[in-house]
Ligand binder design. Structure first.
Ligand code: ADP
Ligand code: MG
Length: 248
């Protein structure tokens, strides 16, 4: 078994003269839930994009289950077990929730070219879709057209779509952003109920949600890791309180 699900080695990313991520070495254990926090502009999304493959790092390496994926294209990382959410544009709003999940399931399946049978007739794909609906709390809305879903429900669907490829590692950039306080509560419960064997790396702006969901927290400040610790250690750390909470 690999020692880490995701690892970065001295990862740096600069945009011209701007050093967005500087020498970040992280190791996230299989099954761990890691939350990345830090003030605006700290480099969280940039680090995330280097891990997902959206950005090529300026220097350093990214490893997935000990395999160097630094030069693997973003779309190929899905096949290696890395999942992430995509914006709403990947969703067909004139189809139902279930149909969207069936389409996505076929996209990940070699049988997608067999057009002579209806999607639902492949039992294992049907099972996978029903499991996603249950996992993500959308089962009661399965037959609803996506255009009639609330914003929060669409975010749930995005998460279900990301789970469709059976990722071993799931990357979530501010999954609760834009949700109302009560939707946030619901969504963080859904995340918390995800299968424990999926390694989670997420950025979360809401410190209470972050500390509640995380096994470990990484704090970024000006592109660098200033602390890697348990939620309890993060709450106690004076430097973190100063840079993140703006008080000592
Ligand atoms: N594509 C880009 N081109 C130029 N500068 C960028 C780009 N993306 C991010 N930055 C800069 O990198 C720094 C870190 O940004 P970001 O990773 O988005 O921070 P965070 O997600 O922590 O708020 C910021 O100064 C931001 O302006
Ligand atoms: Mg960001």
């Amino acid at each position: 078994m690999s020692a880490s699900a995701i690892q970065t080695e001295s990862l740096s990313k600069s945009f011209g003269g701007l050093h967005a991520v500087v020498d970040v070495s992280l190791s996230i254990a299989p099954g761990e839930r890691r939350v990345l926090i830090g003030p605006n502009g700290a480099g969280k999304t940039t680090l995330f994009h280097c891990i997902s493959g959206t950005h090529r790092p300026t220097s350093g390496r990214v490893l997935l289950f000990d395999k160097d994926i630094s030069n693997v294209a973003e779309n190929r990382r899905t096949a290696l077990g890395m999942g992430r959410t995509f914006q709403i544009s990947n969703i067909c709003t004139d189809l139902s929730v279930r149909e969207n999940l069936q389409l996505a399931a076929f996209g990940n399946d070699r049988r997608k070219w067999v057009m002579t049978r209806p999607a639902g007739s492949f039992a294992d794909i049907g099972d996978r879709v029903e499991r996603s609906l249950q996992n993500i709390g959308l089962a009661p809305r399965a037959d609803e057209l996506v255009k009639f879903l609330s914003y929060g429900e669409r975010r749930q669907l995005e998460l279900a779509l990301a789970l469709n490829s059976d990722p071993k590692v799931l990357l979530l950039d501010e999954p609760c952003a834009g949700l109302s306080p009560s939707e946030r509560q619901g969504f963080s419960r859904i995340i918390s109920a995800l299968p424990r064997d999926i390694t989670l790396l997420m950025i979360e702006h809401d410190i209470d949600i972050a500390l509640a969901l995380a096994d470990r927290v990484t704090v970024l400040h000006r592109g660098r890791v200033i602390l890697d610790g348990t939620p309890g250690e993060v709450q106690k750390d004076e430097q973190v309180r100063e840079v993140y909470f703006g008080r000592v």
